[in-house]
Design a protein around this ligand. Sequence first.
Ligand SMILES: Nc1ncnc2c1ncn2[C@@H]1O[C@H](COP(=O)(O)OP(=O)(O)OP(=O)(O)O)[C@@H](O)[C@H]1O
Length: 287
Amino acid sequence: MSGAAISTRGLVHIYRSEGHDVAALSGVDLSVRSGEMIGLLGPSGAGKSTLLTLLGGLFRPSAGKIYIGDHELTALTVKELDRLRAREVSLMLQGASRNLLPYLTPRQNVEFAQRAARRDSADLPDVGEVLDRVGLSEYADHHLSGLTPGHLQLAAVAVAIATDPGVVLADEPTSQLDHEARDTVLKVLADISAQQGTTVVLVTHDPQVAAVMPRTITIRDGRIGGEGRAGEEYAVVTADGFVHLPDHALAALPPGTLVRVHDQDGIYQLIPEHEAGGTPGATKEGS
Ligand SMILES: Nc1ncnc2c1ncn2[C@@H]1O[C@H](COP(=O)(O)OP(=O)(O)OP(=O)(O)O)[C@@H](O)[C@H]1O
């Protein structure tokens, strides 16, 4: 299967618990092209895992739409959602062992991951080929207990791509790995994206992982707070007109500052109220 595009529109998620509600996502408009590989960044509690699990169809959003390829997830029945998860969208949970059956070998884990899709008589890749794609052929029949953390994570990637899904969603797939294993896992995911056309979205806290991603999206307070492309950081205008200022601009324009948005031949400047009467040279450039 080739990759599937992902998009969300006005995605909101509220966790309802006794006594108080937590708004984990407050209107996320995300677009990821088919076959693209992106990194989701952001501080702890920003909403990254919530976004990833919603994309993976694990639960339904409080509001908004999620499109994966031709499917709009919130419109699917439970059975259709199960079928989508069995075949087209793989979610790798944080920690390799949470994605693997401990008493099975990597080969048996991949076979197990194909079972639900096989019931639908789907055209599935050869198990040996899947293990080869992640560079684990040599360890295909080893007990998991004898594998290194890096090899275990590669086995988890093999399980994620067992059905040749259009989308792989990975929650911190390189955390707790040494640098060599981290780079191997990243390269395998990048190769899967480039060669199979699989769309890959991974969450990371690691700046070195973020630095090698072709595109990053930063989630802050349940919204898209910024976007990085080829090392360049951009602020993103949301559908309702909000722009999350980067930290360096926020230091100069603290909350509550009145700014005038000045258009100078297509270059937009944010002019703080106390400088509004000053010369243009005294202005601070907005993003
Ligand atoms: N099951 C839940 N019930 C209630 N609140 C939750 C639940 N899961 C997450 N939250 C809250 O939702 C917000 C977003 O959490 P989420 O785990 O999506 O953030 P995150 O960016 O993935 O954080 P981290 O990097 O620490 O994993 C946080 O305030 C969190 O406390």
